[in-house]
Design a protein around this ligand. Structure first.
Ligand SMILES: [Mg+2]
Length: 370
C-alpha cells in the first residue's frame, strides 16, 4: 500500500450563543477552528487527524506521498524535522495511526499495547465562575458520572481562586478528585502578564495541600525548571506540566531534573502518538504519571485516549467540558458522534479499526474556510 495524497482543510464553527471565555485567554472566543488532515492511499483507505494548524506543512507532501503508510517511525522522523524547521504538523501522525488501524482492522489502542480498553476522564472546566457557580458546576459533573474535575486559577488575585476552590470542596467533599490548573506556563500571543514567581507558587501550593488537591498544573513558567524542582521539593501536592513542551529531550530533562510528578503532553499538539508513546514509557520508568493534555477537539481527545489506555496507568485523562460555553456540540462539531464519557465517567475506546471516528462531512462542508 502507498500514500497517494495528504489533504488538509480548515474549518470554523461560529458560536450562535454566548462566547467561550477561556480562563487562559483574555479574548472571548466566538468560534472554534479545526484543521482536518486526511491521508489517502492507493487501496481506498483514508486516515484522519486533527489538532494543530499544520502550519509549514504545505510543500512537504512529497516527503510522504508514495511511501508505505506503515513506515510510521520513518514518517515520525520527517515530522520531527518539520517541527524543528517550521510548525507542528503532528495531526498527520494521528492520521497515520488511524490509517494503520484501518489497515490492520484493529483499534489503535490494541495496536499500541492494548493495556486497557478504557480510560477515566476528568471534567476539565475552562471558565472562571464565581464560587457559588463553580460549586454548581461541580455538582453537575458529579451527576454526569465524573469522578474528578479541574479548576482554573486566573482571577488575577490567587486568593479569589482559592475561594472558588473552597466553595467546590465544601459542596462536593471527597466525592470529586480536584485538580488545579494555574496556567502560568505559557501565554496567548496577545497576553503579556508575567508568570508567578516561586514564592507565589509555594503560597498557593500550601493552600492546595490544605484543600486536598490532586495536582497543581503549570504553577511556573515552562522554562523555570529550577523553580519547579524547588517547588516539588517544598510541597506535597503533585506538580504537573508539559502540555506544550515541544521536544522529547525537554521531557527527558524535566524528568531527570526532578521537575514534575505529572507529565501532560498532548499527541494532537506535540509529538503525535509516535513521539508521546516514548514519553509514556519514560514516565513509567521514572514512576511518574502520564496523563495527556487534551484541550483540542474530539479527534484529539480520542487520540490521547487511544494512547493512554493502550500503554499508561493514567488515573485520569483530560476531557474538555464546561457547558454551556464549552459543550460537545462546539468541541466536536466535526464528528458525526461526539466523544462522550459513559455514566461512570469513563471514555470507552471503540472496537472499530483505527481511532473509530466518523467525520460529519455535511458540517465540514458548511464550516470550511480553507
Ligand atoms: Mg493546562
Amino acid at each position: 500500500m502507498k500514500i497517494t495524497g495528504i489533504e488538509i482543510t480548515q474549518h470554523r464553527f461560529v458560536f450562535a450563543g454566548a462566547p467561550f471565555r477561556a480562563s487562559w485567554d483574555t479574548r472571548p472566543r466566538t468560534h472554534w477552528d479545526a484543521t482536518i488532515v486526511r491521508v489517502t492511499t492507493d487501496e481506498g483507505l483514508t486516515g484522519i487527524g486533527s489538532g494543530d494548524l499544520m502550519l509549514g506543512f504545505s510543500g512537504h507532501e512529497h516527503l510522504f506521498v508514495g511511501w508505505d503508510p506503515l513506515a510510521i517511525e520513518r514518517h515520525y522522523r520527517v515530522l520531527s524535522h518539520l517541527n524543528f524547521h517550521y510548525g507542528r504538523c503532528w495531526p498527520l501522525d494521528l492520521a497515520l495511526w488511524d490509517l494503520a488501524g484501518k489497515i490492520a482492522g484493529q483499534p489503535c489502542w490494541k495496536l499500541l499495547g492494548g493495556l486497557s480498553g478504557r480510560v477515566r476522564a476528568y471534567a476539565s472546566s475552562g471558565t472562571l465562575r464565581d464560587p457559588g457557580a463553580m460549586a454548581e458546576v461541580a455538582e453537575r459533573y458529579l451527576g454526569q458520572g465524573f469522578g474528578a474535575m479541574k479548576i482554573r486559577f486566573q482571577r488575577g488575585r490567587w486568593r479569589d481562586d482559592i475561594e472558588a476552590l473552597e466553595a467546590v470542596r465544601a459542596r462536593v467533599g471527597e466525592r470529586l478528585t480536584l485538580m488545579v490548573d494555574c496556567n502560568q506556563g505559557w501565554r496567548m500571543p496577545w497576553d503579556t502578564q508575567a508568570p508567578w514567581s516561586l514564592k507565589d507558587a509555594i503560597q498557593v501550593a500550601r493552600e492546595l495541600e490544605r484543600l486536598g488537591v490532586y495536582w497543581m498544573e503549570e504553577p511556573l513558567h515552562r522554562g523555570d525548571r529550577e523553580g519547579m524542582r524547588r517547588l516539588r521539593d517544598a510541597v506535597d501536592v503533585r506538580i504537573a506540566g508539559g502540555e506544550m513542551t515541544r521536544e522529547l529531550h525537554e521531557f527527558r530533562e524535566l524528568i531527570t531534573g526532578g521537575c514534575l510528578d505529572v507529565l501532560q503532553p498532548d499527541v494532537a499538539l506535540v509529538g503525535g502518538i509516535t513521539g508521546l508513546r516514548r514519553v509514556a514509557y519514560m514516565a513509567q520508568e521514572h514512576n511518574l504519571i502520564f496523563t495527556p493534555h487534551s484541550w483540542t477537539n474530539g479527534i484529539g481527545v480520542m487520540a490521547n485516549a487511544q494512547l493512554t489506555a493502550a500503554v499508561a496507568d493514567a488515573p485520569w485523562l483530560e476531557f474538555p467540558f464546561d457547558p454551556p460555553e464549552w459543550d460537545l456540540d462546539r468541541r466536536d462539531y466535526m464528528l458525526a458522534e461526539p466523544v462522550r464519557v459513559d455514566a461512570d465517567g469513563w471514555i470507552v475506546l471503540p472496537e472499530a479499526p483505527g481511532m473509530g471516528l466518523v467525520l460529519d462531512e455535511a458540517m465540514l462542508g458548511r464550516t470550511r474556510i480553507g
